[in-house]
Design a binder for this molecule. Structure first.
Ligand code: DON
Length: 581
């Protein structure tokens, strides 16, 4: 990845020319504060935040400027997005954070995934005939897990913050935005337009996000979230107890009970975020550090890259039929294993080392036909060595000391369940749909699973969220990335890493490159528009069931090259932003 600098410097003036948002007559070439130009990242020298929304990115950047570290900034961004990107940013959901600490050169993973209430039967999402009823997991509070975000952000700050800021100081910008309101921009207006039907079902949500006549707020309207400001103030005053105990917790439980759910004050009061060791692997001399279970992200990113390492993809070319074929075949094998071996590691032994071993990858690779797609029905989960184990959002921060945060968090669907718990401003998640409601029955993302990911008391549903970092052969941080996209998250990250390492794309090119995805079941090779018809015809002739689908994901990323930070925002979403200094 070290060959890019001359190109970028040469191209910087063009980047400024085409990106009107970045233009500021008084500003020097650095810092940039912008959405990316086509094929060119935004550059910064000291610190950078890349997120799906501009105000939140700038709040994080300002914390860095005031001497905060990457974790301080990430915590401020996490709370701010709950206000400015309500479709995915949240305090009512959960997620995963990777923290790289320059001192000691170590990376830790924070699991703040939602947890099922203690009163959760394995059959919770089945109807009277024992059939899966998606309405129960996707459209009812039975699908709401105990939120983890507040615990996760507070733990991150307590353990890894610089100590220069209190949690209250980091929540303050979010409180101000929620209390005073802010102007709805195009991105939020569009998401409200799509989310309106679900928000309309709940008067508590409609009162915030819709006009009195039931139409959604539009660009230029003011979104004011007073109850959310009060909830955030309780967190600022009391820390996580302001959310997990007392009036906020009582209102959350009341909303869930009113909808027929089982969450209790004890479920909320006993929720804990967990520090875990990340999953690690290597790809052509680079080190991959990614999220461990209960996310499947890290395990399968490493597994797919291990399989691909045996092929000279560089010689086949980016987006050639041969490269896409080999990648799709590797993806299928990983998703077949996911269905059997992945779940909450506190309840089920996940053979992480077996699944991520080079030896196992070599065995899987041996069964890939270089010229023909294997039908999904011919593939089953493999045999790793047993004992050796629409909406989400991602943001990244790198600070001047080289600390970094990669964070993905979610309410699962767009606006989660769509229901704001009355009096709290908190949108409830419907994350428990990520459990396998019944063996072999697909969830909202078409993913199947079995006993490893069955619903159960205080279990965390399996996730695909995959905040990831890549380090060079000398251990220097070179990439921080992640994306929303449900089951497609894993393959998007694999493609970005391969595009940079195998095909020498800069981070912005890698983020923009057309994406493809194969998750074994359904037996479909999903392709964004942008591939050549000749390539697609070759893939069909190999036996792939090619389907063109709308663009997916929002891969916000930062590449590090020497002392330069390169922010890449995903042009597939409106409003994505890189704020550097
Ligand atoms: O944890 C997971 O894998 C899902 N709940 C993520 C959902 C998601 O990314 C939706 N966004 N497009």
């Amino acid at each position: 990845m070290r060959h890019l600098l001359p190109t970028l410097v040469l191209a910087l003036s063009c980047a400024l020319a085409v990106n009107a948002q970045a233009l500021d007559a008084t500003a020097p070439a650095f810092p940039l504060d912008a959405g990316s130009a086509r094929n060119l990242p935004v550059l910064a020298q000291h610190g950078m935040v890349v997120a799906q929304e501009r105000r939140a990115a700038r709040i994080g950047r300002d914390i860095l400027r005031q001497g905060g570290n990457a974790v301080d900034a990430a915590v401020a961004v996490g709370f701010a997005l709950a206000v400015t990107l309500p479709q995915a940013g949240n305090v009512g959901g959960g997620g995963f954070m990777l923290v790289h600490l320059a001192k000691g050169n170590r990376t830790i993973a924070i699991d703040y995934r939602e947890m099922a209430p203690v009163n959760t039967a394995t059959t919770v999402f089945l109807d009277a005939n024992g059939n899966f009823d998606p309405k129960l997991s996707q459209q009812s509070v039975l699908g709401t897990g105990v939120p983890g975000t507040v615990a996760g952000l507070a733990l991150a700050e307590h353990n890894y913050g610089s100590g220069h800021f209190t949690l209250a100081q980091l929540v303050a910008p979010a409180i101000k935005l929620a209390h005073d309101g802010f102007k709805v921009d195009d991105g939020l207006a569009l998401s409200l337009h799509y989310g309106a039907a679900r928000l309309r079902r709940y008067p508590s949500s409609a009162a915030i996000f819709l006009h009195p006549d039931g139409t959604p707020l539009v660009a230029g309207d003011r979104l004011v979230e007073r109850d959310l400001a009060t909830t955030l103030q309780a967190i600022a005053d009391k820390g996580p107890d302001g959310f997990y105990r007392g009036p906020v917790a009582e209102k959350l439980v009341a909303a869930i009970r009113a909808g027929g759910g089982h969450m209790s004050l004890d479920d909320l009061g006993s929720y804990k975020a967990i520090v875990r060791a990340p999953v690690t692997g290597t790809y052509r001399g680079h080190t991959i550090v990614a999220m461990p279970p209960p996310s499947s992200g890290g395990v399968h990113i490493v597994q797919i890259l291990n399989i691909l390492e045996g092929y000279n993809l560089a010689s086949y070319g980016a987006q050639s039929a041969k490269t896409i074929h080999l990648m799709a075949e590797a993806m299928k094998l990983a998703y077949a294993d996911r269905s059997k071996y992945l779940g909450d590691p506190d309840f089920f032994h996940v053979p992480v080392a077996g699944l991520t071993s080079k030896l196992y990858a070599a065995k899987l690779r041996a069964n890939i036909d270089p010229d023909h797609a294997r039908p999904a029905l011919d593939i089953a989960p493999g045999h790793p060595a047993p004992y050796e184990s629409p909406q989400t959002t991602h943001f990244d921060v790198v600070d001047a000391e080289g600390n970094a945060v990669s964070n993905t968090y979610t309410l699962n669907f767009f606006y989660g369940l769509g229901e704001v718990a009355p009096g709290t401003g908190v949108l409830l998640n419907n994350e428990l749909d990520d459990f396998a409601a019944r063996p072999g029955v697909a969830n909202a993302f078409g993913l199947v699973g079995g006993a490893a990911n069955a619903p159960g008391p205080r279990k965390r549903p399996l996730s695909s969220m995959a905040p990831t970092m890549v380090f060079d052969s000398e251990g220097h941080l070179e990439l921080v990335t992640g994306t929303p996209g449900g089951s497609r998250i894993i393959t998007m990250i694999v493609e970005i890493i391969s595009d940079m390492i195998d095909f020498h794309m800069n981070i912005q090119e890698a983020v923009e490159a057309p994406r493809f995805h194969d998750q074994w079941l359904p037996d479909i090779l999903f392709c964004e528009r942008g591939f050549s018809p000749d390539t697609l015809n070759l893939l069909s002739a190999m036996g792939h069931h090619v389907k063109i689908v709308p663009a997916f994901g929002s891969a916000e990323s930062i590449a590090v090259e020497g002392s330069e930070l390169q922010g890449a925002t995903d042009p597939r979403q409106r409003g994505t932003w890189a704020a550097g200094y």
